[in-house]
Design a protein. Structure first.
Length: 284
């Protein structure tokens, strides 16, 4: 698949890395420039996380064209499938007047491969397509399979009924492409927990698919921690009980790797949201 990054609202900085991202740089670095670098195929060395990222189920709510409740297409190119037709800012939809409900978050990722136990040096993966899909602030997906779910569900602690509603201003899924250092960035909102079965609530989570040259599609999920997040005590409780995160095939170290800490941006460059950073190390 050709790797392109059209109409991205947000871009990670190409020279100083993810920790040096500034609003000025977001504005200055054009998507076209980044796209060119991302398709150059240059891999750079980077420090490795200690474990590979655990693959996790795609789940039932991947937004294939035929199954979404209402299509969202920000790209004019009708030949693109819906999952590829949106950008990396999920907090609004082009042409609509409102903003998505919920706590704004930024997800800064880096895609890596390789590394040895001796050197702990990885190769960055430029030009990888990264897809994100998730529930909205009330725990609902844009997916026909989710419409049949109860419109209300009891809060897991208080029992108070929570209404699950569509958010007409939330983008629900997005796409971006990694830069030459393997970095990517999404702006989105903290999804709600939601009931998955009797006595099982999924904790808030983000779904990712990474398509990188030379690797099979990699699908995983990330979770939330950090005292600045709303309802963090409940989130931690649900994290502890989640059957997907706590799969015994996933080592405790790998589990911790996908529980991403969110906090106000220390450099105060992304002041309207909480920022989380995660490395995805793909197995060779
Ligand atoms: Fe999910």
């Amino acid at each position: 698949m050709q790797q392109t990054m059209p109409h991205n609202h947000l871009s990670s900085d190409t020279t100083e890395g993810i920790h040096q991202l500034t609003r000025r740089q977001l504005l200055q670095v054009s998507a076209g420039t980044l796209g060119l670098l991302a398709t150059s195929g240059i891999s750079l060395a980077a420090l490795c996380p200690s474990v590979t990222t655990p693959p996790q189920t795609r789940g039932p709510f991947f937004p294939y064209d035929q199954v979404v409740s209402f299509p969202i297409r920000e790209e004019d190119d009708e030949s693109l499938p819906l999952i590829l037709s949106n950008d990396n800012d999920l907090t609004f939809i082009k042409g609509k007047p409102g903003k998505a409900q919920g706590q704004i978050i930024y997800f800064r990722g880096q895609v890596l491969s390789g590394g040895t136990s001796d050197s702990k040096v990885c190769q960055t993966i430029p030009g990888a397509t990264v897809l994100l899909w998730q529930a909205n602030f009330s725990g609902r997906y844009n997916h026909k399979g989710d419409v049949s779910s109860p419109q209300h569900f009891p809060h897991p602690k208080t029992g108070k009924l929570i209404e699950r509603v569509q958010d007409d201003y939330f983008q629900y899924w997005g796409k971006t492409v990694t830069d030459e250092q393997g970095y990517f960035l999404f702006k989105t909102i903290l999804p709600s927990f939601y009931p998955a079965a009797d006595d099982w609530y999924r904790p808030p989570h983000l779904h990712f698919s990474i398509q990188a040259k030379g690797h099979p599609e990699f699908v995983t999920q990330t979770y939330f921690k950090g005292d600045a997040l709303p309802n963090i005590a409940l989130i931690q409780d649900l994290n502890a009980k989640d059957w997907i995160l706590r799969n015994p095939k996933i080592s405790p170290t790998q589990q911790e790797q996908v529980i991403v800490e969110y906090a106000p941006d220390q450099a105060q460059n992304l002041q309207d949201g909480l920022v989380g950073t995660c490395q995805f190390l793909l197995a060779e």
